[in-house]
Design a protein around this ligand. Structure first.
Ligand code: ZN
Length: 409
């Protein structure tokens, strides 16, 4: 007997109205609704709405979310945001970290996120408390979210003595990914030596915060790409921000784009933060300060997008909804067409899944039933409406169902 039948839904491949059957948490069959006559323990009528695979959030910070009430002034720059947050980190407790992290996970889950990669900060201020919280949450929320934990040296590895030892300890504790940050240590070569060797030692992928500026001479991503190729780690390295490429002459950005394609680097654009913090030094005609999304995609680079921060000095916005981020990116990168909507939805789903190295992802027979159902019938409508009403399943179990209350006057 089928456990769950989600009937009369449209899939992103445009294959017409389908019934999707789920057994033991996996998709057991996908068949045209016109065939009819199927039974299941539970039946949900999709009424022609779009069924997407669960969103994959490739880059988010949990322990420093929801800090607006603790800020006594607004942020002036990236370095200012780092310093303001570092001061607040002194007051974080384990309970506080876990409560705010859980609040983000709940919001993301309600919005259809079923997989998430979080960057947990490792430094002498927090010690291992953020990593320990994230690793505990990875277990305790596993029925609603698959969480990957990055050991992330926000304050720099060498700039903040003691961090290197803590990074090693974080990997021993079970962190899934080695993190790095190219703009916090002066010695880029040393930073890359350390992070690549840690990744090699523990057999883990790498995920950098890289070239977060509008300075065209910031090109750490070139060194990351060359080392990736030299280490044979193609496809296992991601880089968030990479905004300095957006300030370069197109011919130079293209040449780097080709290198990133060869190294199979996944670029994660973070528009909520990038648009808010970059371009401030320009005085007049401020630049947008985004990675050149279209150009990189045309070079064949896997470009995805993430939330990064939720309501803190880096980003005083956000509600952990990938559709909000995609909608903003669509406007900022002139991606307003019907085909663009498909590209953006792929970035939130299959492209992010690729960046996170997820196996068996998507609405396919045999895949885990991680799905989000909309009332809208096309990806373009979903992107334009960013609807509150969504039904979310994780491994075939419903984890969220948002209704809309409406009172007609
Ligand atoms: Zn980040």
């Amino acid at each position: 007997m089928t456990d769950l039948l989600v009937k009369d839904v449209l899939l992103p491949d445009g294959s017409g109205r389908m019934d999707v059957g789920i057994s033991s948490g996996r998709i057991a069959f996908i068949a045209p609704s016109s065939e009819g006559g199927r039974e299941a323990a539970e039946i949900v009528n999709g009424k022609g709405g779009l069924l997407l695979p669960g969103f994959v959030e490739p880059h988010i910070h949990l322990e420093k979310a929801y800090l607006l009430a603790r800020m006594d002034r607004e942020t002036e720059s990236l370095q200012d945001a780092i310093q303001m947050t570092a001061q607040m980190k002194n007051t974080f407790t384990a309970k506080d970290i876990t409560e705010r992290s859980l609040a983000v996970i709940r919001e993301a889950s309600r919005h259809g996120v079923t997989h998430m990669r979080c960057h947990a900060e490792v430094d002498p201020i927090l010690g291992l408390s953020a990593i320990e919280s994230a690793l505990e949450l990875k277990q305790s929320v596993s029925r609603q979210m698959d969480l990957q934990v990055v050991a992330f040296p926000q304050e720099g590895i060498f700039k903040c003595p003691g961090t290197a030892e803590l990074m090693e300890e974080a990997m021993r504790l079970g962190a899934d990914v080695v993190g790095g940050i190219t703009y916090q240590d002066h010695d880029l070569g040393g930073h890359l030596d350390f992070t690549f060797s840690l990744a090699e030692k523990y057999g883990k992928p790498l995920d950098y915060h890289a070239d977060f500026s509008d300075n065209p001479s910031d090109r750490a991503i070139v060194d990351i790409a060359r080392r990736t190729i030299a280490a044979g780690m193609q496809g296992l390295v991601s880089a968030g921000h990479v905004t300095s490429l957006g300030s370069m002459p197109v011919i130079e950005a293209c040449s780097i784009g080709e290198l990133l394609h060869d190294a199979q680097i996944h670029v994660i654009t973070l528009p909520l933060t990038d648009l808010y913090l970059n371009g401030r030094g320009d005085g007049e005609k401020p630049r947008r300060g985004l990675a050149p999304v279209r150009l990189l995609r045309e070079c064949g680079v896997n470009v995805t997008l993430g939330t990064n921060n939720v309501r803190n000095p880096f980003t005083p916005f956000g509600k952990a909804d990938p559709l909000e981020v995609a909608w903003l990116l669509a406007i900022a990168t002139y991606m307003g067409g019907g085909q663009d909507a498909h590209s953006l939805m792929n970035m939130l789903t299959v492209d992010s899944a690729k960046a996170l190295g997820l196996d068996s992802y998507g609405i396919h027979v045999g895949s885990p039933a991680d799905m989000v159902l909309f009332r809208e019938s096309s990806v373009r409508e979903v992107l334009l409406n960013r609807p509150e009403i969504r039904t979310v399943w994780k491994r075939g179990k419903q984890v969220a169902h948002t209704r809309m209350k409406q009172q007609l006057l």
